[in-house]
Design a binder for this molecule. Structure first.
Ligand code: HEC
Ligand code: HEC
Length: 319
C-alpha cells in the first residue's frame, strides 16, 4: 500500500543492450528457451469452451454428425466415420482446421455465419502444434439435448437444440443442400420466426405454422428431409407447445403476431374451410385452382389477420 510504482524494466534490460555482440544471441536463445518452457502449452481445456459453446449442440451423443463427438478430448482425437480430423503437428493438413477456415466444406460451425474469430481458430492451430494435449479436462458434457420436461411456457432455448441437431445442417447459409431450402434458415430465433418472405411459425397458432405441419408430415415432404428418423412425438409436442405459448424467445417474451405477413401451407382439405384442424378465412376474392374438394391435398396461400387467422388468397389442388 502506498508504495510508489516504479518501472524497473529499463534498468533490467540495460545490461543486454551493452552486451558484446557475440554473447547476446546466446543469452537471447537461453531466454527464449526459458520463456517457452515457462509458458504453459495449450491443452484441451483451452479449446473446450469454444467447443461447448459452438459445436457440442450438434457434435455430441449418438446422433453426432458423422459420429464426430467434440465433447471430449477422446472424441476429438477419435474423429469421425471418415477418419481422424487432426494431424499431429500439422494444423494446415487437419480437417478440423480446414472446416473452421472454410477451405473444406461445409464450413463449421454449421450455424455460421458467424464462424469462429481468427484468434479462436489460431487457438485450435496452436493446440495441434503443442501436441494435442488433454490437460485438465472438464467433465464431458451430458449434452443429449432433451429438456423435454418443462415448467411454464416453452422458450426458444428449449427447442433450439432440436433445430440445431436435426435441421440446421440444411437450413443454413451453406448447408448440405447448398443454400437454405426455400430460403428458410433455422440458425437463430430471429431467423426461425422471421416473416421476411413468409412466416413458417405463427405465434399462438400451431396449426397455421408450416414448420409444425412439416415435422408432423401433414405438409410434404416431411421434415427433417433426411429422415427417418423423424422427430420423436415428445419433440414434436414440445415444438407445438412452444408455438402455442407464443413462440417465445429465450428470455420468455412471446413473438408478436406478424399481421399482414404471407403464409403458405400444405395439408388436407377436410371441408370447404378447414385445412386439417385449421379454420381458414375464405372471402369473396379467394381463388380456387383446379377445383380442390374435401379429402384433397392442397396448398393454401394467404395472409395473417390481427388474430393470427389465415385469410386465404388461393386454394390449389396439389400433386
Ligand atoms: C448445427 C450443427 C453443427 C454444428 C453447430 C457444428 N457442426 Fe460440424 N458438422 C455438422 C454436420 C451436419 C457435419 C457433416 C457435414 C458433412 O457432410 O461434411 C459436420 C462435419 C464436421 C466436420 C467434418 C468431419 C469429417 O471427418 O469430415 C468437422 C471437423 C466438424 N464438423 C467440426 C465442427 C466444429 C469444430 C464445430 C464447432 C466450431 C462444429 N463442427 C459445429 C454439424 C454441425
Ligand atoms: C437434409 C436436408 C434438410 C433437413 C435436415 C431439414 N430440411 Fe426442411 N427442407 C429441406 C428441403 C429440401 C425443403 C424444401 C422441400 C420442398 O418443399 O420441396 C425443406 C423445407 C422445409 C420447410 C418449408 C419451408 C417453407 O418455406 O414452406 C420447413 C418449415 C422446414 N423445411 C423445416 C425443417 C425442420 C423444422 C427441420 C428439422 C426438424 C428440417 N426442415 C430439416 C431440407 C431439409
Amino acid at each position: 500500500m502506498g508504495k510508489p510504482k516504479q518501472r524497473k524494466k529499463p534498468e533490467l534490460w540495460k545490461p543486454i543492450e551493452v552486451l558484446h555482440a557475440q554473447t547476446a544471441p546466446v543469452l537471447l536463445a537461453v531466454m527464449a528457451l526459458v520463456s517457452s518452457t515457462a509458458l504453459a502449452a495449450t491443452d484441451f481445456s483451452d479449446i473446450d469452451q469454444i467447443l461447448q459453446a459452438r459445436c457440442v449442440m450438434c457434435h455430441a451423443g449418438p446422433a453426432a454428425p458423422l459420429g464426430l463427438r467434440l465433447d471430449s478430448h477422446d472424441g476429438l482425437l477419435t474423429g469421425s466415420s471418415r477418419g481422424v480430423i487432426v494431424a499431429a503437428g500439422d494444423p494446415a493438413g487437419s480437417e478440423l482446421i480446414k472446416r473452421l477456415k472454410g477451405t473444406s466444406l461445409p464450413r463449421m460451425p454449421m450455424t455460421g455465419p458467424p464462424y469462429l474469430a481468427d484468434d479462436e481458430v489460431a487457438l485450435f492451430e496452436q493446440w495441434i502444434l503443442d501436441g494435442m494435449r488433454s490437460g485438465t479436462v472438464s467433465e464431458p458434457s451430458v449434452s443429449a439435448p432433451s429438456p423435454l420436461a418443462v415448467a411454464g411456457p416453452v422458450r426458444y432455448d428449449q427447442v433450439a437444440p432440436i433445430f440445431a441437431t436435426r435441421c440446421v445442417k440444411c437450413h443454413t447459409e451453406k448447408g448440405l443442400m447448398g443454400g437454405p431450402p426455400e430460403g428458410y434458415r433455422l440458425t437463430s430465433y430471429a431467423n426461425t420466426i422471421s416473416a421476411a418472405d413468409r412466416v413458417r411459425v405463427v405465434p399462438f397458432s400451431p396449426e397455421a405454422s408450416e414448420l409444425l405441419r412439416r415435422i408432423r408430415g401433414q405438409a410434404l415432404p416431411k421434415m427433417p428431409f433426411d429422415g427417418p428418423p423423424f422427430l420423436t412425438d415428445d419433440e414434436i409436442a414440445l415444438i407445438e407447445q412452444w408455438i402455442a405459448d407464443g413462440a417465445r424467445d429465450s428470455a420468455g417474451s412471446p413473438a408478436p403476431i406478424p399481421v399482414g405477413s404471407r403464409v403458405r401451407l400444405h395439408g388436407k382439405l377436410v371441408s370447404s374451410n378447414r385445412l386439417d384442424d385449421l379454420t381458414l378465412v375464405i372471402t369473396g376474392s379467394t381463388r380456387r385452382d383446379k377445383s380442390p374438394s374435401p379429402g384433397d391435398y392442397i396448398e393454401v396461400r394467404g395472409t395473417l389477420d390481427a388474430d393470427g387467422r389465415v385469410v386465404v388468397d388461393r386454394l390449389r389442388l396439389r400433386k
